[in-house]
Design a protein around this ligand. Structure first.
Ligand code: GUN
Length: 299
């Protein structure tokens, strides 16, 4: 029997946990964790994502602010906004929704975000900390997948995980997380991509296969070994308006040991981990302000 991994159910349970922790934090600090989302342009998918993030924040008892800007916004104007948010002590998380319109220098803008408020974990300092195995924040989508594997009792230690896709948002950080000497990791990791030769031969080696390439129904049953765990990160809209993942769910579910559906798999966990990071940031900022100074060695 193939297990359908219920990301939505897990996300609901985790959001309830986060809401409880948020209420406790607000009660003891009188500070409400605050996430600011910056949305530039009118991309319909981005508008839906950002709206869902706002709703999730409010439901968890966090403050959510949205800054909407026209597609014509310059890199300099965005840098100015980011710097203002960096020094606003009422803001704990800054999320610049990607992709940015052509003409905005994405890297410069992400690099300008205060790494302590970088709840996406895209800043080079946070990527570096993760690669050294001492993360400040885990990037949201890979962190959600890790949580789903742990809470589904799927042990990755010593297993071969094949990640298909090398994006900075999912593929690369997924590999970085799973290769760490840590709980929910310790895997042998292969990152495959568009230039990989003999991809089906590689994916068939995977005890776990994570697909994040944005191509509808790309992974087919002949590309996995029987019993493999299949994690589908894709969210693709077909011409008839329905959503599908990067995995051909109907065929792959007959061969896989466990599989995530789309919708209702990985997607809801991404926003959940964003809430987790925002709460972590608010707690860290408050403890820094309120905690006594570090003992000094002088004298
Ligand atoms: N666009 C698609 N996914 C993401 C994400 O996780 N964070 C941001 N900032 N933009 C995205």
């Amino acid at each position: 029997m193939t297990t359908i991994l219920d990301g939505k159910g897990l996300a609901d349970r985790m959001r309830a946990e986060i809401a409880e922790e948020t209420a406790a934090f607000v009660a003891r600090s009188s500070i409400r964790p605050c996430l600011v989302a910056v949305l530039v342009g009118e991309d319909p998918a981005s508008r839906i994502y950002v709206r869902n993030k706002e709703k999730a924040c409010e439901k968890a008892g966090m403050e959510s602010r949205l800054v909407r800007l026209p597609a014509s916004t310059t890199t300099d104007a965005l840098l100015h906004l980011v710097r203002e948010l960096n020094v606003d002590s009422g803001v704990h998380g800054i999320l610049v929704q990607l992709p940015l319109p052509d003409g905005c220098d994405e890297k410069r803008i992400l690099d300008a975000i205060d790494p302590h408020k970088d709840v996406d974990a895209f800043h080079p300092e946070n990527v570096g900390l993760l690669s050294q195995g001492r993360p400040r924040y885990l990037p949201c989508t890979p962190a959600g997948i890790r949580e789903l594997l742990i809470r589904s009792n799927i042990d990755t230690a010593g297993k071969h995980v094949v990640v298909v896709g090398r994006s900075d948002i999912v593929g690369k950080p997924m590999g970085l997380i799973l290769v760490q000497k840590a709980r929910g990791a310790d895997a042998t990791v292969t990152i495959a991509h568009s230039r990989t030769k003999n991809l089906p031969e590689i994916t068939r080696l995977g005890d776990v296969v994570v697909v994040a390439i944005g191509r509808p129904k790309f992974l087919t049953a002949d590309m996995i070994k029987p019993g493999a765990i299949v994690i589908d990160v894709g969210i693709n809209r077909l011409e008839d308006g329905t959503l599908c993942g990067d995995v051909d769910f109907e065929s792959v579910k007959e061969t896989a040991g466990a599989i995530t559906p789309v919708p209702g798999g990985v997607g809801p966990l991404t926003i959940t981990m964003l809430l987790r990071n925002t709460l972590t940031s608010a707690i860290a900022a408050t403890e820094q302000v309120n905690s006594p100074p570090e003992p000094s060695n002088a004298g």
